[in-house]
Design a protein around this ligand. Structure first.
Ligand SMILES: [Zn+2]
Length: 295
């Protein structure tokens, strides 16, 4: 069982640059354990390793069918918020009436509630709620997590899953109170990761890395976010195909037993020697502990 876990080194860079950081960052795959990762001195963006990207002009997503009973968020309500979030990104203005070169296709509710990628079976890009546990570090401050599995050589994204921390976060969709976490803000941010964006140093952007409870502004993308998504998915790029299907086809069921999740064993790429890698974007931290951002 071989895998490369790439820590989200983006955070460290953003911290180092501090107030001078002022722009969106694309997501690059770089493993500090294998090689030194380089950062742009002006933006703080990680710039070494391949740019993570969807190769096709279409990508599908699925919402886990149970929603979040703990927070009273039904599938339908979650689905509506997620659909609206995706629409903002895919309809972003890239100038001259153009928009990012991606179509988002909804493949409907799925059973699977495990973030996983199967290298020899069908897959799904699932958005799911974790009501019962949050098995990651820095649990209390992490509002959601996006996991991208990609070809370590080319950067092509094979799979994306989003987990929302409803176990520890008082997530609300409407009537967001001062201590509530606005699901619309959280999911719009995560969908930016799903589509290839990393954290931005631009104050007020949806892709900024921290969130203050009660805040709802991040639910709508800003100019910096638009610039970011237009750079990640340029209107004039030449996509590799137009299929919306996940890699190896689509399945509503989990492919792997839970204990094997996150275990891409070999490269799914035809390129010899290419590694399959997983990037955990530790994302959207509560603003009240900014000084303790996870690396
Ligand atoms: Zn994030």
């Amino acid at each position: 069982m071989r895998r490369a876990l790439l820590a989200a080194a983006l955070g460290a860079a953003a911290m180092a640059i501090g107030a001078e950081a002022h722009a969106f960052c694309l997501t690059h795959g770089c493993s500090e354990s294998r090689e030194p990762c380089e950062y742009d001195s002006k933006t703080g963006c990680l710039v070494s390793g391949p740019v993570l990207h969807w190769a096709s002009s279409c990508v599908s997503f699925d919402v886990q069918k149970d929603g979040s009973p703990k927070r009273g968020i039904t599938y339908d309500v979650a689905h509506a918020a997620i659909t609206a979030g995706f629409a903002q990104w895919s309809n972003a203005s890239c100038g001259e009436g153009r928009s990012p070169s991606i179509r988002i296709n909804d493949f409907g509710p799925v059973e699977c509630r495990t973030p996983e990628y199967s290298e020899d079976g069908p897959n799904a890009n699932v958005i799911m709620f974790r009501d019962d546990d949050w098995p990651y570090d820095n649990a209390i401050d992490t509002l959601a997590l996006t996991t991208l599995t990609y070809d370590a050589k080319s950067g092509e994204i094979y799979d994306a899953d989003i987990e929302v921390n409803t176990f520890q976060s008082n997530m609300a969709i409407s009537n967001v109170g001062p201590s509530d976490i606005d699901f619309n803000s959280v999911i719009t941010h995560e969908l930016g990761h799903f589509l290839g964006l990393s954290h931005s140093g631009a104050q007020g952007s949806t892709m900024q890395r921290s969130y203050a409870p009660g805040q709802t502004e991040m639910a709508s993308i800003e100019y910096d976010d638009e610039r970011g998504i237009c750079a990640a998915l340029p209107p004039d790029r030449i996509p590799e195909g137009s299929s919306c299907e996940p890699r190896h086809g689509f399945s509503k069921e989990c492919a792997l037993p839970e204990s094997c999740a996150f275990a891409p064993a070999r490269s799914g790429s035809p390129l010899p020697g290419a590694l399959l890698a997983t990037l955990w974007l530790s994302t959207l931290l509560r603003a009240r502990r900014r000084t303790k951002l996870r690396p």
